[in-house]
Write a protein that binds this ligand. Structure first.
Ligand SMILES: Nc1ncnc2c1ncn2[C@@H]1O[C@H](COP(=O)(O)OP(=O)(O)O)[C@@H](O)[C@H]1O
Ligand SMILES: [Mg+2]
Length: 319
């Protein structure tokens, strides 16, 4: 593609030629028209999303307990007694904020993914912060979910550093359109959110193979901590993962969503959460713009109802 003086003078012209979706356009052309306001509550509250998923037969990390009021913090040791490892997260959190991944416990102390040790008092304090709304949108009071800690599938070992990589898939009108793996790093403290310092790795839609990576907006070939090659990893059960993403659309009825899926060693693909305003940096990881694919799907009159047909469509369009 040639770059004339107009493209140099107006970078957005160049981005548009590459089909890069920008923030304003995402909101005006996709989020607003395709995601009815009344449905946001289904995805903004992780507890609701989980309940809905269970009703729809979509596997999720099991919920161990919910802490809703300060008073329950006193019972924390009883609540956590049956679980050697678990994750604490704000029900209304986003961007990995406020999530604690606890991987073991000894002598009443908790060891986090990062190796950091917490006392029960520290943990109680953290939960109290969650309840006060420290991590929720608009600072409204929240509740804390305590759930099963995912153990990543060993296939993804090269992509994991002290945490679980997640697979982010953008789904438009029920058709998966773009995917990346987000790999935790030392910086991201066991979480796979890009602005926490995770690596984004593009995934080929038709095969489920990874191809290249981006970290803090720079291209990279190897995981910064494990040194593992980012490209050429075959994600197992790729068709099942695409089908799961497509079914998440049917479950909430929103036309433009980001689906977060993790691959558990024992339980297979699990849906972590849905996002009604999925981020745009997936385009950095895949080095391709969302717009061409979105326009193609917009141009389709009818979208097939059957999940398998939409998976086939996703693989054909993304190939
Ligand atoms: N149950 C879990 N087990 C292990 N890691 C988890 C678990 N839940 C979340 N994480 C880590 O935290 C990241 C963010 O979790 P997510 O539920 O998507 O919340 P957010 O809305 O903050 O993105 C995940 O990508 C994953 O790396
Ligand atoms: Mg997420």
């Amino acid at each position: 593609m040639s770059m004339g003086w107009r493209d140099r003078a107006f970078p957005w012209r160049r981005l548009r030629k590459l089909g890069i979706l920008g923030m304003n356009e995402r909101n005006a052309d996709f989020v607003l028209p395709y995601n009815p306001r009344a449905l946001y509550q289904l995805v903004d509250d992780k507890r609701k999303t989980k309940t809905l998923a269970i009703e729809h037969g979509i596997p999720v990390p099991p919920l161990y307990a919910v802490v809703e009021i300060e008073h329950q913090i006193e019972e924390l040791s009883r609540l956590l007694a049956p679980h050697g490892e678990f994750v604490v997260k704000p029900a209304h959190g986003s961007g990995g904020e406020g999530i604690l991944v606890v991987e073991s416990r000894a002598d009443g102390r908790y060891r986090r993914s990062s190796g950091l040790i917490m006392t029960e008092e520290d943990l109680g304090h953290h939960i109290s912060n969650i309840l006060s709304g420290m991590y929720s949108l608009g600072g409204i009071p929240d509740c804390a979910l305590i759930e099963y800690r995912v153990n990543f599938d060993p296939v993804l070992a090269e992509l994991s550093y002290l945490g679980v990589p997640d697979i982010r898939i953008v789904v438009f009108r029920g058709v998966p359109v773009m995917a990346m793996i987000r790999a935790p790093t030392r910086l991201s403290d066991g979480k796979a959110n890009l602005h926490q310092g995770a690596v984004g790795v593009g995934v080929d839609m038709s095969t489920g193979q990874t191809y290249n990576g981006v970290w803090r907006e720079c291209r990279i070939e190897e995981h910064p901590d494990t040194g593992g090659e980012l490209a050429g990893v075959q994600i197992p059960r790729w068709d099942d993962i695409l089908a799961m993403a497509a079914r998440c659309h049917d479950m909430v009825g929103m036309g433009y969503i980001g689906v977060d899926i993790v691959l558990d060693r024992d339980r297979g693909p699990l849906m972590l959460e849905l996002n009604a305003r999925p981020g745009l940096s997936i385009q950095l990881a895949t080095r391709s713009g969302l717009l061409p694919c979105l326009w193609q799907i917009q141009a389709l009159g009818d979208i097939p109802g059957e999940v398998a047909a939409r998976v086939a469509l996703a693989k054909a369009l993304g190939g």
